[in-house]
Design a protein around this ligand. Structure first.
Ligand code: PEP
Ligand code: MG
Length: 325
């Protein structure tokens, strides 16, 4: 089986009916790059930048961040790299940044909310990203966007920092795509208008499921509610993909669900363009997708969305893929 998988290393990811999807990797640090390259990823779909800020006593400088982003972009070039801006707050704290105690940190000042309220931190990261953009295929992604105003403000700050760098004569790519994570139900439900002002979406199911089901992703006592294939979650995902499609934008997924063998045929059928997962899941996912017909699964979408439970949906996938594989 290992040998079989190795054969897929340098191949594109093509479904049984000949359609290409992109299989990308999630990384959390520069050390993960080796595994990404060794497992045949077609790009990086999520670079979590938190590690740069955590486990230290002071904020990383613009120069330090620039060096890290540049390194990753150069190593991956010409493959695309989606770098997510700082997603701190919630359960992740920084020792050198004192924030008020919150009774519901996951509903509080986290990710883009924090970045927009501490603009200097955000601007520093944006400058580092813009400078690094000259060295590869950078895409910038904002986490936890809930409303249009956040997206517009984040884009405005990006534009301002870009303007300053250009003025200073610093090379900046003219082709940086800007996208958002869809991980708040309000963003999924408002995907039609958000799609008009982004280049892409990436669905963050780890949070999207938690917020849709009102079940803490870390709390085992409510883990029975944490259901990737619950009809409510699948309906939101479907809505996001359709909304992006109408605007001609691409949609990826970078939550754990993207590497889930039960979810993959459903997502493929719904028309997801990019799947981003841990490096070790890439080759098994590529092997699975080779056996699954996107057209056939597109034909099941309405039937699946009309089902009433995760259990029923999982049974359906099992039954259909058994005959495929
Ligand atoms: C997600 O929420 O699905 C996601 C990819 O982001 P994180 O797991 O870092 O919150
Ligand atoms: Mg998230």
């Amino acid at each position: 089986r290992r040998e079989e998988l190795r054969k897929l290393l340098d191949q594109p990811t093509i479904s049984a009916d000949g359609q290409h999807v992109e299989l990308a990797a999630n990384i959390g640090s520069v050390e993960d790059l080796q595994k990404v390259l060794a497992n045949g990823a077609e790009g990086i779909g999520l670079f979590r930048t938190e590690f740069l800020y955590m486990g230290r006593s002071a904020m990383p400088s613009e120069e330090e961040q620039f060096q890290v982003y540049k390194h990753v972009l150069e190593r991956m070039n010409p493959k695309p790299v989606v770098i997510r801006t700082l997603d701190i707050g919630g359960d992740k704290e920084l020792p050198y940044m004192k924030l008020p105690e919150e009774s519901n940190p996951f509903l509080g000042l986290r990710a883009i909310r924090l970045c927009l309220s501490k603009q200097e931190i955000f601007r520093t990261q944006l400058r580092a990203l813009l400078r690094a953009s000259a060295y590869g295929q950078l895409k910038i992604m904002f986490p936890m966007i809930a409303v249009m105003e956040e997206l517009r403000e984040a884009k405005q700050l990006l534009k301002e920092e870009k303007g300053k760098l250009v003025q200073e004569g610093v090379p900046v790519s003219e082709n940086i795509e800007v996208g958002i994570m869809i991980e708040v139900p309000a963003a999924a439900l408002g995907a039609d208008f958000l799609a008009q002002e982004v280049d892409f979406f990436s669905i963050g199911t780890n949070d999207l499921i938690q917020y849709t089901m009102a079940a803490d992703r870390m709390n085992e006592t409510v883990s029975y509610l944490y259901q990737p294939c619950h009809p409510a979650v699948l309906r939101l995902i479907h809505m996001v993909i359709r909304a992006a499609e109408r605007e001609g934008k691409w949609v990826g997924m970078c939550g754990e669900m993207a590497g889930d063998v039960t979810a993959i045929p459903i997502l493929l059928g719904m028309g997801l363009h990019e799947f981003s997962m841990s490096a070790s899941s890439i080759l098994p996912a590529r092997a699975l997708i080779k056996e699954v017909s996107r057209t056939e699964w597109a034909g099941y979408t309405q039937q699946i969305l009309a089902m009433s439970s995760q259990e029923q949906i999982q049974q359906f996938v099992k039954q259909k893929t058994r005959s495929d594989l």
